[in-house]
Design a protein around this ligand. Structure first.
Ligand SMILES: [Zn+2]
Ligand SMILES: [Zn+2]
Length: 114
């Protein structure tokens, strides 16, 4: 609280004077506090939106997964882990050509070492 500047207060009072006239001020004073809270909330929301979009620009959201070998974040469609250099493609058996699960050491079909 307390970062509402005097300038903002003057502007708000001026707006009230222009639109409602000085007679209405006591009436509106009660509602003003509420209005200012909403005004500040709106300002804060705008700032948050700007911060969010700035963060998104810095780090664009890409689908990532954890490397099964070193657990570092890699792109979901990456063929190799940039951290440990291991293949992230599902291994295909050289003997029966069955596509095995990622990280499998032996073919589930024929037992061939992958
Ligand atoms: Zn890795
Ligand atoms: Zn096989």
């Amino acid at each position: 609280m307390g970062n509402l500047g005097a300038t903002e207060l003057i502007i708000i009072v001026l707006i009230v004077l222009i639109f409602f006239g000085s007679k209405k001020i006591p009436e509106l004073a009660a509602g003003l506090g509420k209005g200012m809270r909403e005004f500040r909330k709106a300002t804060r929301d705008i700032q948050e939106d700007q911060e969010e979009s700035a963060a998104e620009l810095k780090a664009p959201k890409t689908d990532t997964m954890a490397c099964i070998y070193c657990n570092s974040r890699v792109a979901k469609d990456a063929r190799f882990c940039p951290s440990c250099g291991k293949s992230l493609e599902a291994p295909r058996c050289s003997k029966c050509h069955r596509v095995n699960t990622l990280g499998a050491k032996f073919c589930v079909e024929c037992g061939e070492k992958l």
